[in-house]
Design a protein around this ligand. Structure first.
Ligand SMILES: Cc1cc2nc3c(=O)[nH]c(=O)nc-3n(C[C@H](O)[C@H](O)[C@H](O)COP(=O)(O)O)c2cc1C
Length: 217
């Protein structure tokens, strides 16, 4: 126990060098700054720059979180896709309030988004589904995400059956797969610094316009 405590204490964090975050040149809306930071992360070859933590709350108000892939950003909406019958899908049905978190260690950057998730409808969901790989579609066609595996069930056999279905009908979709758009109400950009004098800017949506405030590190 003591050993891991010491090892944790010795692990390095926020080593840098990191990019400069010039708070005197902020764009009016968070989407613009997000895209600027995302392009930088992609160009710097941050691994899985499009992976983000999606936090939800269940019907009892207990938080839950897991990683999902960012599918698009548009009109200050951040998009992800998942099964509506999964744990998170059910949580979203009872409470659409979510948080999204990105962390790009290479750049010392964290972005936190809060808002409400909306189902983007059948057409957009099917389009997202068909753009996925065959294996990803086969898994989703099982419509079992987050369900308990019944003892004795052969997952590979069921998966293979769905792969065959896709070969026979490449346009098959499941209404279970949904695209969600998160309408942001708050977006915080955090630029870590080796000196620990981190820079934080929070965008807040008030009526129809965005305000920006500087936060203490
Ligand atoms: C890098 C990465 C990307 C993932 N992308 C997705 C995704 O886009 N959609 C999804 O439903 N699950 C994705 N997952 C799996 C989820 O983290 C999670 O295990 C699954 O969705 C079940 O979550 P739930 O039981 O809370 O509903 C991803 C996991 C990782 C590690």
């Amino acid at each position: 126990m003591d050993n891991i405590r010491k090892q944790l204490r010795n692990l390095k964090s926020l080593q840098g060098p990191f990019p400069i975050f010039d708070v005197d040149k902020l764009p009016p809306e968070p989407e613009m700054l997000f895209l600027e930071w995302l392009y930088k992360a992609i160009n710097m070859q941050v691994r899985e720059a499009h992976a983000m933590t999606l936090s939800t709350v269940d019907s009892e108000g207990v938080p839950d979180a897991r990683i999902v892939i960012l599918k698009n950003v548009s009109n200050n909406k951040w998009f992800f896709a998942t099964s509506s019958e999964s744990q998170k899908g059910q949580q979203l049905q009872t409470n659409p309030k979510v948080a999204l978190t990105f962390y790009w260690p290479l750049l010392g950057r964290q972005i936190r988004i809060r808002g409400n998730a909306f189902d983007m409808g059948d057409e957009a969901s099917s389009k997202d589904f068909l753009a996925r790989s065959e294996d990803a579609r086969a898994i989703a066609l099982l419509e079992k995400q987050s369900k308990v595996v019944t003892p004795g069930v052969d997952i590979s056999k069921e998966f293979h059956h769905k792969q065959k279905q896709i070969t026979q009908n490449p346009n098959i979709v499941t209404p279970n797969w949904r695209l969600y758009g998160v309408e942001a109400t708050e977006v915080e950009f955090w630029q870590g610094k080796e000196t620990r004098k981190h820079v934080r800017i929070k965008y807040r949506l008030t009526e129809n316009s965005w305000t920006q405030t500087l936060l203490w590190p």
